[in-house]
Design a protein around this ligand. Structure first.
Ligand code: PFF
Length: 466
């Protein structure tokens, strides 16, 4: 086992440090902003009826997501190891038990499972780069764009090829280490993505259906205000909103903990978390505002599912001047965003293999990457050959998604807040967060009471009501 105790008593990370506070914020933002914002948020909001879901999602982000993220970063920075070793180390150090390492282990597993399907969808975006560049969507109707999508996902060999390509790209970056390349990619990608989303928003506003989209996303049905049976928000949708908050912020599985391990001592955890949460939520809202007006303008179904973005955005680009160019750039950026998130998904597992089995980073990455690729084939087939093989929540893809986003991440978040709020002593957390009065107190109330009770309440209600 490697040691990371420096001579002055402070721990240092075995994998290097971020070059600056900005570099850390960019890396965490890069991990947070991804398919979850642009692909997943709109389709889940669509499936769960819009407004009421969006409101619950936003509440979850602020009251649960924010304290969980802060807890993860502070635990990561204090332990400065991979999530499994950090939880074990701090568990003992804080006078509890080394068994807390299981929280880290569950995170490692969640990361592997999420990336297995994430890479498949990221593969779709790669294919859409090529399709866009070839002009396939220029002037295309909703029907043509829809046919493109279904014939593409129906071709399992092609989808498997794209999945393979994306996993190879991810393995390549992760094998090279933390700092090199990653910061540069994010520094350029997030602002560029934001600009293109604004362009899409402009288009959407001119579609004549912007009001429809706005209402769909933000108006709460009367039935929900009066809490009657007719309200479309079920406990399942509340759980989906909670799961989406975890997924989109990359929390609950140790990815942010792993990044926190590389964070310099003097950086403000509250400041960094606020910046990341704001950027991430804005991009998701923009994606929704760009997509829903197009859905209504073209008579599409908001509840169309995972294909929603791939069936609406090409349509918008297809009708714009310069659409071939913008559409290509958009899917390139989306693939980039997925790439920087995939790196975060793999990091806990790789860091664990490297430290636990004394492997080189390259070896660890290839072993874990190969495993993820293999599991991902289940999701590749979920949209074609095995599309009709349904159990529990649906296809293999649906089940892996449900199990990870809606169960493992919230459970991880619950344990992380209990650890930071109840197991770690006040001095340790105050030391990391800076004990400056109100902010620290607010975090402590959220982490000790509101977040854990909120998560438990939703999990219990969702399980017992279905
Ligand atoms: N937050 C990413 C997204 O919204 O696409 C997904 C993700 C990345 C989840 C990294 C978890 C993680 F560790």
């Amino acid at each position: 086992m490697l040691s990371n105790q420096a001579s002055d008593g402070k721990r240092t990370s075995l994998h290097g440090h971020w070059s600056s506070r900005m570099a850390f914020i960019l890396a965490v933002t890069g991990s947070a902003v991804g398919l979850g914002n642009i692909w997943k948020f709109p389709y889940i909001a669509g499936q769960n009826g819009g407004g009421a879901f969006v409101l619950v999602y936003l509440i979850c982000v602020v009251v649960i997501g924010m304290p969980v993220m802060m807890s993860e970063i502070l635990i990561g920075r204090r332990g400065r190891r991979n999530p499994v070793a950090t939880m074990e180390l701090l568990g003992k150090e804080e006078g509890s038990s080394g068994k807390w390492r299981w929280v880290g282990s569950m995170g490692v597993l969640a990361g592997i499972l999420i990336l297995s399907y994430y890479s498949v969808i990221a593969g779709w975006t790669l294919a859409y780069v090529v399709k866009s560049a070839s002009g396939a969507f220029a002037g295309a109707s909703a029907e043509i764009v829809g046919t493109h999508f279904s014939s593409f996902v129906g071709n399992w060999k092609l989808v498997a090829l794209c999945h393979t390509l994306f996993m190879s790209l991810t393995i390549f970056v992760v094998a090279r280490g933390v700092e090199r390349g990653l910061e540069q990619a994010v520094r350029f990608m997030v602002p560029a993505l934001l600009l293109l989303m604004l362009l899409l928003l402009g288009y959407s506003m001119s579609s004549g259906y912007f009001g429809h989209g706005l209402r769909f996303m933000f108006s709460i049905p009367e039935s929900c205000m009066q809490l009657t049976e007719a309200c479309p928000l079920t406990w399942d949708s509340v759980l989906a909103a909670l799961g989406q908050a975890f997924f989109t912020l990359s929390i609950g599985m140790g990815a942010i903990m792993a990044y926190g391990a590389y964070l310099p001592e003097e950086t403000s955890i509250t400041g960094a978390s606020t910046a990341v949460v704001t950027a991430d939520t804005s991009i998701a809202m923009l994606a929704g505002l760009a997509i829903f007006p197009l859905v209504f303008a073209n008579g599409l179904e908001p509840a169309a599912g995972p294909g929603l973005v791939f069936q609406t955005l090409p349509l918008a680009f297809g009708q714009m001047t310069g659409g071939v160019f913008f559409s290509t750039i958009f899917f390139v950026l989306l693939a980039f965003a997925a790439w920087t998130s995939a790196i975060g998904l793999m990091e806990p597992a790789v860091a664990w293999v490297v430290e636990h089995f004394n492997r080189t980073r390259a070896q660890g990455t290839v072993i874990i990457g190969g495993l993820i690729w293999g599991i991902g084939l289940g999701s590749v087939l979920s949209f074609n050959v095995l599309a009709d093989t349904r159990f529990f929540k649906g296809t293999i893809f649906d089940n892996v998604d449900f199990l990870t986003s809606n169960i493992m991440l919230p459970l991880g978040g619950l344990l992380i807040t209990i650890f930071a709020g109840w197991v770690m002593c006040r001095n340790s957390t105050a030391d990391e967060l800076g004990s400056s009065g109100t902010l620290y107190k607010a975090w402590r109330i959220l982490a000790r009471f509101i977040a854990p009770i909120g998560i438990l309440f939703v999990l219990i209600n969702a399980v017992t009501s279905s």
